[in-house]
Design a binder for this molecule. Structure first.
Ligand SMILES: Nc1nc2c(ncn2[C@@H]2O[C@H](COP(=O)(O)OP(=O)(O)O)[C@@H](O)[C@H]2O)c(=O)[nH]1
Ligand SMILES: [Mg+2]
Length: 333
């Protein structure tokens, strides 16, 4: 895709992406991005914004927001390979002084995280004819240093193709990055945010509650159950075990074999969040579904959109990748 409006010589223009996004088709990538811009808007104090880097990406971003906020449905499935470039811009840091010119201060610099998103169609790794798409995806994974890996437990329980997808892509990426000696420790250098998607789905949420993975935060007046950070990896392992395909069990080991274990973090996410009855004012275990079937056979979002852990993985990755630019700043709102 040609970038038509960033100025020639702009250092941001040819910068490699910081973060690439990845996951089986239908795992919730497009919905996650639509929710990301809403989540950043809902936390104005944190000072983060999402913008399209070029006209196509800007147009798509506006479309995604309208779909979720006004039409109150999910974005339509992707039909052709589309390449989006987005920038997440954070709050400016403290004013800067140059030691040789200490009486003059310059504006603080805002951290910018570049997010590359290839929205792929269909079941990429099952199709032999989609080699161009495959190459584009692997290129994007190789160039970036942060990965958002989307895992959809509901799809895994039914279809079970996440292992095949991950295994094929990881071997391609490793083949490109690990054969020479650039990474002497033999591991891929990326930071990886593993996002378990669709936590609001009753099957996922009920599993979490019944298996004792959830807690309620006493200061959260909505009393929404969440899986505490230190237990998310175990919850992920459990969901992998419950999957349709026995190979899914190996996903966690596969990730930890290819990436440094201390660079992987697990998040439980939902793009639309849980429904809260305004009259009740807090989470109701018998009425939390935020999506309902509509007349056209799709899903309509019922109440307010409350993205769960959607901006957190992105900002965590940004902080890991650019610790200098994001130090001593209110990055996590
Ligand atoms: N309940 C629920 N469903 C979701 C969520 N995110 C996505 N979905 C469903 O999953 C479908 C596929 O999501 P999409 O973002 O298009 O997946 P992609 O192919 O990875 O881009 C959507 O049409 C929704 O029906 C979520 O947070 N909660
Ligand atoms: Mg999509």
């Amino acid at each position: 895709m040609v970038d038509t409006d960033s100025a020639p010589g702009d250092p941001e223009r040819d910068r490699a992406p910081d973060i690439a996004m990845w996951g089986a088709s239908g795992s919730g990538k497009t919905a996650f991005l639509a929710a990301l811009s809403i989540a950043l808007n809902k936390a104005p104090d944190a000072g983060w914004r999402l913008i399209g880097e070029n006209p196509v990406s800007r147009m798509e971003l506006a479309k995604l927001r309208t779909t979720l906020l006004q039409t109150r449905t999910f974005p339509a499935p992707t039909e052709a390979l589309t390449h989006y470039s987005w920038l997440i811009i954070g709050p400016a840091g403290a004013p800067r002084r140059r030691w040789w010119w200490p009486w003059e201060t310059r504006e603080g610099k805002a951290p910018k995280i570049k997010l590359d998103f290839l929205d792929l169609r269909g079941d990429l790794y099952a199709e032999s004819e989609s080699n161009i798409d495959k190459k584009a995806l692997v290129d994007s994974l190789v160039k970036s240093r942060g990965l958002i890996y989307m895992f959809d437990p509901d799809r895994e329980a039914r279809v079970g193709d996440a292992f095949k997808h991950l295994d094929a892509a990881l071997h391609e990426v490793a083949g490109r990055m690990l054969v020479d000696d650039a990474y002497e420790d033999g591991k891929l250098p990326h930071y990886v945010a593993v996002c378990i998607t669709k936590f609001d789905d009753p099957k996922v949420l009920r599993t979490a509650i019944e298996e004792g993975f959830t807690e309620r935060d006493p200061v959260d007046e909505l009393r929404i159950p969440h899986v505490p950070e230190e237990r998310v990896r175990d919850f992920f392992r459990l969901l992998c075990r419950d999957a349709q395909d026995h190979n899914t069990e190996m996903i966690l080991d596969l990730l930890e074999a290819f990436f440094h274990q201390d660079r992987i973090r697990y998040f439980v996410t939902s793009s639309v969040g849980l429904f809260i009855d305004e009259d009740l004012g807090s989470f109701d275990p018998d009425d939390f579904l935020n999506v309902i079937d509509n007349a056209s056979g799709g899903l309509t979002i019922r109440g307010a959109i409350r993205p769960m852990n959607v901006m957190e993985p992105v900002i965590w990755l940004g902080r890991m990748l650019r610790p200098g630019a994001m130090r001593s700043r209110r990055w996590d709102g």
